[in-house]
Ligand binder design. Structure first.
Ligand code: FRU
Length: 536
C-alpha cells in the first residue's frame, strides 16, 4: 500500500512507538541485506551527501527517509570511516522540519573552513497548496561532531529565469573564495547548472549559469559537481529526461560527466567534450566527489534510481551506496578504480589459472555471496607466450589446468557467470571480436526495472589490449564490475536466491586463458543494528 502524503512527511519524533524498530527488525531479517555496502538500518537511502575528509576521517552522509521505503521526509544520516572500507555510525546528521527545510533536508555537500565542516544543503519546503520552495541552507559541524544549522538560509531565492527545481549545492574553494554549483531547471523547462560565489560560505552571490554546449539536454540537472583533475575541468551531472540512444542512456535517468578546459568561474564558460555516462550498469545515480588527504578525487554514488520499484521495498528498507571509487584520467576519459582501502576487506586469497576452448569451468572453493573476484581473460590468438594453462606458484592444485593446445582464433565469447543456482545466473560476457562487454541480469533472481531492459553493454576502447580484465565486487544483492582497470564500470542490484552462490567461467566459440584471484569478504565492514537513541 503506498503511503499517504501525511505518512511520508513525518519526522521520526512523530512516529508511532516502536515503528522504526519494527522496520529495522524486518530489514535485519531480509536475506538481501548487504555485508559491506552502506545501507540504511530501516527506510530508504538515496543520494550520498556531505562527502569530506575532515579531522582525520572520511565523513559521508546520505539522504534518508527513516519511516518507509518511499521518498518522504529526508534526513541526512552520518557515517564515518578512516579507510573508506569500514564504516561506523554517527547517527542523524541533519534533521528536517525547520522553517526552511520543513519537507526535507535535501542533497548537498561539505567543505572545511577554519577547522569546522560546513554542510550546505537544499531545504525543501511546501506550502498549503503543495507548491515547492527550495532554500539553500547551511549547518556547521564541530570537531566533536556536533552539527548546528544556521538560523537563516544562505540562498533564499531562486534566481530569475529558473523554476523551483533548484537544488543540490556542491561547494568548492578557489583561492580565497568559495564557489558552488546548483542543479536547476530553466523557466523553459530545460536543465542547467548555475554558479554562486561567496567570500565566507554565508554570503552568496549569483554568478550566472555554467555555459555548456548542451543548452537542451533534459528537463532538470540534479546533483551537479565540479572539480579539476590534472588541469582538466570535470563537470558531473544527472540530467533527467534524456532519450535513449542505442546502448547509451538506457536507465530511467543517466548520470555522467563532461571533460573540458578548466571552468571559467568569472563568466561561466565551460568548453568541453561529449557527455559520457559514469556507469554502464543499471543502478547508479547522484554521485558526489571529494578530495582525499593526498589530493585524490574520490566518488561515491547511490546504487539505485528514482521512480523505480525495488524488491526490498516491502521489506523495511531500500537501497545502498556504491563502494568509493578513485578517479583519474586516461586516454581522454574518466577512469574509476575501487578505493585502495577496500583491500582491507579481503579474506584469504584463492587463485586460479586455466585455459580451455568451448566450455564452462568452476574452481574449488571459489563461490559465495560476498566477495571480490579478479579475472584476466586472454583470448588464445592474442595471448602472450605459450598456450598452456599452467598454474602459478602457490595455487591449489585443484585450480590448475593442464590444457596444452588451445584451438580458436581469438574471437569468441568469454566471461563469468556468478550468483548461479539451479535456475539463476548473472552473466558477464566479453565478446572478443567486437570488444563488447555485456552484463545480463535477465536471470539474476527477482526482476527489477525490466521496462528498461535486462542487459547493458558497452564497447571497450579499441586501441590497445585484446584481453580483458574484470574486477567484481559482489555483495548479497549487488555487483560492481570494474573493467580494464577502471576504463568502464557496471553497477547493478541483483536479487537472487541466497542459495545461488556459484561462479563459473565460460568460453564459447574460441579458446582463452583465465587467470585470477578470489577473496571472500568477511563481516564487520558496516554497522549492524539500530544505534541506541535513534528513535527517541
Ligand atoms: C536526487 C535527488 C536530489 C534531491 C534528493 C532528494 O536523487 O532528487 O535532486 O536533492 O534526491 O532526496
Amino acid at each position: 500500500m503506498p503511503m499517504t502524503r501525511a505518512q511520508k512527511y513525518r519526522l521520526l519524533r512523530q512516529a508511532e512507538a516502536g515503528e522504526l524498530e519494527r522496520l529495522a527488525e524486518r530489514a535485519a531479517d531480509c536475506a538481501w541485506r548487504q555485508t559491506y555496502h552502506i545501507q540504511p538500518h530501516a527506510g530508504l537511502l538515496n543520494d550520498p551527501n556531505g562527502f569530506a575528509y575532515y579531522n582525520g576521517q572520511y565523513h559521508l552522509f546520505y539522504q534518508w527517509f527513516p519511516l518507509g521505503t518511499e521518498h518522504g521526509m529526508k534526513y541526512w544520516y552520518h557515517v564515518v570511516s578512516s579507510d573508506l572500507a569500514r564504516w561506523t555510525d554517527a547517527g542523524i546528521g541533519l534533521e528536517p522540519g525547520g522553517l526552511y527545510d520543513s519537507h526535507g533536508a535535501y542533497s548537498g555537500s561539505a567543505i572545511e573552513k577554519d577547522g569546522r565542516l560546513y554542510l550546505m544543503y537544499t531545504g525543501n519546503t511546501r506550502d498549503a497548496d503543495w507548491v515547492r520552495r527550495p532554500y539553500q541552507c547551511l549547518a556547521v559541524m564541530d570537531e566533536d561532531g556536533t552539527i548546528a544549522k544556521t538560523e537563516l538560509p544562505v540562498i533564499a531565492d531562486v534566481p530569475a529565469g529558473y523554476t523551483d527545481h533548484f537544488r543540490d549545492p556542491k561547494v568548492w574553494r578557489e583561492g580565497d573564495a568559495y564557489l558552488c554549483v546548483i542543479g536547476a531547471q530553466r523557466s523553459d523547462l530545460t536543465g542547467a547548472a548555475v554558479l554562486y560565489r561567496s567570500p565566507d560560505l554565508l554570503d552568496w552571490n549569483f554568478a550566472g549559469e555554467i555555459r555548456t554546449s548542451l543548452p537542451n539536454f533534459g528537463y532538470m540537472w540534479e546533483c551537479p559537481d565540479y572539480f579539476e583533475l590534472d588541469g582538466t575541468g570535470v563537470l558531473l551531472l544527472c540530467p533527467q529526461g534524456v532519450e535513449r540512444d542505442g546502448e547509451r542512456f538506457r536507465n530511467i535517468y543517466p548520470s555522467g560527466y563532461l571533460l573540458g578546459e578548466p571552468l571559467n568561474t568569472a563568466d561561466g564558460t565551460f568548453r568541453h567534450g561529449a557527455f559520457a555516462e559514469l556507469d554502464r550498469g543499471f543502478d547508479f545515480y547522484a554521485p558526489q566527489t571529494t578530495a582525499g588527504p593526498d589530493g585524490q578525487r574520490l566518488l561515491v554514488g547511490w546504487m539505485g534510481l528514482p521512480d523505480l520499484d525495488y524488491p526490498t521495498d516491502g521489506l523495511g528498507w531500500a537501497h545502498c551506496l556504491t563502494l568509493p571509487r578513485e578517479l583519474s584520467l586516461r586516454g581522454g576519459r574518466l577512469i574509476q578504480r575501487p578505493a585502495a582501502g577496500l583491500r582491507l576487506l579481503r579474506g584469504e586469497e584463492r587463485s586460479f589459472s586455466a585455459a580451455w576452448a568451448d566450455g564452462r569451468r568452476s574452481f574449488d572453493r571459489i563461490e559465495g555471496r560476498s566477495y571480490e573476484l579478479q579475472v584476466r581473460i586472454a583470448p588464445a590468438a592474442q595471448r602472450p607466450g605459450s598456450a598452456d594453462g599452467g598454474a602459478e606458484d602457490g595455487e591449489s592444485s585443484a585450480n590448475r589446468s593442464t590444457d596444452r593446445e588451445l584451438p580458436g582464433s581469438g574471437s569468441g565469447r568469454f566471461g563469468v557467470e556468478f550468483r548461479t543456482g539451479v535456475e539463476e545466473r548473472t552473466i558477464l560476457t566479453y565478446d572478443a571480436g567486437s570488444r563488447t562487454v555485456t552484463l545480463d541480469r535477465s536471470r539474476s533472481g527477482v526482476p527489477l526495472g525490466i521496462d528498461y531492459g535486462t542487459t547493458r553493454s558497452c564497447t571497450l576502447d579499441a586501441a590497445g589490449r585484446q584481453d580483458v580484465e574484470f574486477r567484481l565486487f559482489v555483495d548479497t544483492s549487488s555487483v560492481e564490475i570494474f573493467v580494464n582497470d577502471g576504463e568502464e564500470v557496471f553497477t547493478a542490484r541483483l536479487f537472487p536466491d541466497s542459495a545461488s552462490t556459484g561462479i563459473a567461467f565460460f568460453a564459447d566459440g574460441g579458446g582463452a586463458a583465465f587467470e585470477g584471484s578470489y577473496w571472500p569478504y568477511g563481516e564487520g565492514a558496516i554497522p549492524r543494528g539500530l544505534p541506541a537513541g535513534l528513535a527517541d
